[in-house]
Design a protein around this ligand. Structure first.
Ligand code: ITT
Length: 192
C-alpha cells in the first residue's frame, strides 16, 4: 500500500484526512518519522505554504509526503484571515481569533466566506497540487462544539448547521479538505 507522511502538527486535520482516505493509502505522522521540527511557513499564499511544508519534509527526510495549507477567506474583509487564519490575532488562541473576526465583521449583512485548502503532494522530485473550496456564511456568534478552528462560525451554503454542529462524517462529506483529499486519492489511484 502507498505510504505518505502528512506534514502537519494539527491533529484535527490528521483525523479528518484519515477518515476521508479510509484504507486507500496509509498515512504516517511526523511523529512516526521522528520529526519534531517547527516546519517553516512564511509564504503569502496557500500554495506557497503547502509547498514550503512538503518540500521541507521531503528535502530533510526524503519521504513521499503531502502538506495542507488552509484557511478562511471572508469576502467583506478582503479575504482575511486567509493565510493568517491560524494566527489572525497574533496568537494561535482560537477564542481570540474568532473574537477578532466577529469584531471586524461587526453587524455587516454581507457575511459570505469560503474555506480553502491547498494540498502539495511530493512524490520523489515531482510536486502536484490539489485544491478544495466550500462557500458559506459567517454567523453572528459561535454555534456548536465540534470540529476545530473557525468551524463554530461557518455554515456552508445550503445547510442550516455550522461545521461545528455537524458530526465528523457530515463535515467530511462536504468540506474543503475532503474535496482536496478526494482529488489527491483519485490522483494516487491513477498513478499507482
Ligand atoms: P499545520 O500547518 O501544522 O498543518 P495549522 O493549524 O497551522 O497546522 P494552517 O497553517 O493550514 O494549519 O492554518 C489553518 C488554520 O485555518 C487553522 O489553524 C484553522 O484556524 C483554520 N482552518 C483550516 N481548516 C479549517 C477547518 O476545516 N475548519 C475550521 N478552521 C479551519
Amino acid at each position: 500500500m502507498i505510504q505518505l507522511v502528512f506534514a502537519t502538527n494539527n491533529t484535527h486535520k490528521l483525523d479528518e484526512v484519515r477518515e476521508v482516505v479510509g484504507n486507500k493509502f496509509h498515512i504516517q505522522t511526523l511523529a512516526d518519522i521522528g520529526c519534531t521540527d517547527d516546519i517553516p511557513e512564511t509564504g503569502d499564499t496557500f500554495e506557497a505554504n503547502a509547498s514550503q511544508k512538503s518540500t521541507y519534509l521531503y528535502s530533510r527526510y526524503g519521504c513521499d509526503c503531502f502538506a495542507d495549507d488552509s484557511g478562511l477567506e471572508v469576502a467583506a474583509l478582503a479575504n482575511e484571515p486567509g493565510v493568517y487564519s491560524a494566527r489572525y490575532s497574533g496568537t494561535r488562541d482560537m477564542e481570540k481569533n474568532i473574537d477578532l473576526l466577529l469584531h471586524r465583521l461587526g453587524d455587516r449583512p454581507d457575511r459570505a466566506a469560503r474555506f480553502r485548502t491547498v494540498i502539495s503532494l511530493r512524490i520523489g522530485d515531482d510536486e502536484h497540487f490539489f485544491e478544495g473550496v466550500i462557500e458559506g456564511q459567517i454567523g453572528y456568534e459561535r454555534q456548536g462544539n465540534g470540529g476545530f478552528g473557525y468551524d463554530p462560525l461557518f455554515t456552508p451554503n445550503g445547510y442550516v448547521k455550522t461545521f461545528a454542529q455537524m458530526t465528523p462524517s457530515e463535515k467530511n462529506a462536504i468540506s474543503h479538505r475532503a474535496i482536496a483529499v478526494a482529488k489527491l486519492a483519485d490522483f494516487l489511484k491513477t498513478k499507482f
